[in-house]
Design a protein around this ligand. Sequence first.
Ligand SMILES: *Cc1c(COP(=O)(O)O)cnc(C)c1O
Ligand code: SF4
Length: 354
Amino acid sequence: MARLQLPERERWEKILAESITTAEELHRLLDIRREGIEPVLSRYPMRINPYYLGLMKKSGDGVFEQGVPDSREILDLEGEEDPLREEDLSPVPGLTHKYPDRVLFLISNQCAMYCRFCNRKRKVGHPSTVTEETIREGLSYIRKTRSVRDVLLSGGDPLLLSDQVIFRILSELRAVDHVQIIRIGTRTPCTLPQRITPQLVRMLKGFHPLFISTHFNHPDEITSASAKACGRLADAGIPLGCQSVLLKGVNDSPDTMVRLMRKLLLIRVRPYYLFEADRVRGTSHFWTDVQTGLEIMRCLHKSISGLGIPQFVIDLPGGGGKVPLLPFGNDPGSRMQDSRSRIQDSRSEMQYEK
Ligand SMILES: *Cc1c(COP(=O)(O)O)cnc(C)c1O
Ligand code: SF4
């Protein structure tokens, strides 16, 4: 409870410092004894901070499964370490230049919680992957590459860096004439909303046009604390988007997804992408088939305004890039057919409601 008296700027660090990181703590504090977890942790780190832990209602729920390791992470060998070929498309380490006008720039290897399904599982939590040197080289690549108009800061989680370091990187980017848009990809509004302090927000506001892409996967992740964090960012004029991942056992049902999208709109976050889970090694127990995603998209279209509907995308293996998957079929014939049956459906629903 002592942490409640700390000033906000120190509180998030204290919460983070109290994270569960060992199998022993997992057993002692959570009474979880999952078979064969030790070897998983020596390969892929665990961090469950007390805030995120508090969102877990029961063993096996949609929040629990995102944060608690599973032996299948090292037993199932399906998939690849880097199916998106981020490393091959990196002109300098830690920066991926796949689309001409945009770069993905990794500036942190830490996260407030290590998601078990992470598509950068090979890197997150390993200190050697992002260093001052790789950040310097990334900035210098951006400076000399005039086609780059949009810089997407990612990691790891950029907001796990200190305000001072973030300020320095943003200042260097803003000093580059051809960089128009800066985006920050961060899961902290979901996994550690206490990170969104008034000081941080005041600083970020100085770097517009600045966008934030956050990442919620389950309606139980939307709390009064996350609403407050997103409210602060939105009040500072920062447009908020959400990139969710479709995960078996977490959110692979239309009902969960409809609730998630509705709650996101209530905290002023616009759903942006819903990703089909990448075929990354150690995550196969989360994979769904394409039909599941398409069915969910059909239900979203029936239930929510376009404002609350993300694009369902698959990031093609081999570095092919993101491709939208359409819920009503890609050929115009089947699309018409589908929309006819939708019209039928909604008519009968309306009659039913009368
Ligand atoms: C997803 C991604 C981006 C950003 O793509 P948008 O569709 O503009 O959000 C940029 N670079 C890489 C390598 C990406 O994977
Ligand atoms: S916050 Fe993002 S980068 Fe970090 S573990 Fe989760 S999905 Fe991966």
